[in-house]
Design a protein around this ligand. Structure first.
Ligand code: SF4
Length: 352
């Protein structure tokens, strides 16, 4: 066991200063980091425990109609917050489709954004992995790669980002508030996760010491609550990461789509916003032909990174299904199997 320092700062500037030192890592619930440390994949010299920092655990409604979610808000608390679930139903659906009940009770919003890939070779110290050890190679390229990326990958790394929550978040133009060595700044969630290029070890746009303090949704995000769904296809019904997933939302004017939002999970190294598909849907009627055209556009740049060509067709189908479900309307209650592709499209409203 590698020894490490553990510190528990009581102010944000103190935490940022401590975490800016080389070899430091932030610790919140630790639902991912502690596993990585036990496996020897992550070997920090210092853990900076942020769980006692003030002001990071609230859900606050904003004057512009948006919401600010503190980085330490637990996934389960957010999903079950009545205002949040009613206003952003597909975010609640995505949260409840992730991990297990026990993990959702512990895992935080900030940690959800910062979780690492679940590529099996990344976790296996006997395997070559550019993300874990720059320049080592990538054993996934010729290995078990059916669940790896079909969008945004590079020869250096074909891993995907595993979050469910980030998928509808990115569709709603979420903004990440960051406290760093030079003060407060914010970036679009869409820009938080980097594409691997030739430096997959640089996973995010964060600098040393940067602390995510909140995620904010703009007032415009509330326009979609009547027509928003997150569908997740996975290899078992719970406690599994997405093979592919899709978040779809509409704002209608009469029978016409005024605005559409669409993003995908399980397909690339970041939650994947499909802006060109959204543009095609705006002004269209909510019909299958339009949804199929949007799916083709959303996956137009997709290419297999290994034994995973099937994911491209699967992603198109989940996009069509998510758009169809969103057009039918947000269910009054989240289905008993949240985001299950086996729940009927209009939503048989099981009582959980
Ligand atoms: Fe590592 Fe990325 Fe290759 Fe997986 S796909 S082994 S994370 S470099």
């Amino acid at each position: 066991m590698k020894s490490f320092d553990y510190i528990r700062p009581t102010t944000i500037p103190e935490a940022v200063a401590a975490a800016a030192e080389p070899g430091s890592a932030y610790l919140a619930a630790g639902t991912n980091l502690l596993d990585l440390m036990k496996a020897g994949v992550s070997r920090p010299d210092r853990l900076v425990d942020v769980t006692r920092l003030p002001g990071l655990d609230g859900i606050k409604r904003l004057a512009d109609g948006g919401v600010r979610i503190g980085a330490l808000v637990r996934n389960a608390d957010l999903a079950h917050d009545p205002y949040f679930a009613r206003t952003y139903p597909f975010l609640a659906e995505a949260l409840l489709s992730g991990a297990s009940a026990q993990l959702r009770n512990a895992a935080t919003v900030g940690g959800n954004l910062m979780q690492r890939t679940r590529c099996g070779y990344f976790y296996d110290l006997a395997s070559a992995c550019n993300r874990r050890e720059p320049g080592a190679g990538c054993d996934a390229r010729d290995g078990e790669n059916r669940l790896h990326a079909v969008l945004g990958w590079s020869d250096a790394c074909i891993a995907i980002h595993p979050s469910d929550f980030c998928v509808p978040l990115v569709a709603l133009d979420a903004v990440v508030e960051i406290e760093g060595r030079s003060g407060r700044r914010e970036i679009a969630l869409e820009d938080l996760h980097r594409l691997p290029g030739d430096a997959p070890e640089r996973e995010t746009a964060l600098e040393p010491g940067d602390l995510i303090v909140a995620v904010r949704l703009p007032g415009t995000a509330a326009a979609f609550f009547r027509h928003a769904r997150y569908l997740k296809l996975r290899e078992r019904t719970s406690y599994a990461f997405a093979v592919v997933s899709a978040a779809a939302a509409f704002d209608f004017q009469g029978d016409t789509i005024r605005q559409a939002r669409l993003s995908l999970g399980g397909v690339g190294p970041r939650p994947w916003r499909a802006r060109e598909a959204e543009a095609v849907l705006a002004g269209a009627s909510p019909e299958e032909a339009a949804f199929r055209a949007a799916a083709e556009i959303a996956l137009a740049d997709a290419r297999p990174s290994g034994d995973n060509a099937f994911k491209i067709e699967l992603a198109k189908r989940i996009v069509v299904r998510a758009l169809t479900a969103a057009a039918a309307g947000t269910p009054g209650r989240i289905p008993a199997l949240p985001a299950s592709p086996f729940s009927s499209v209009p939503g048989v409203h099981h009582h959980a």
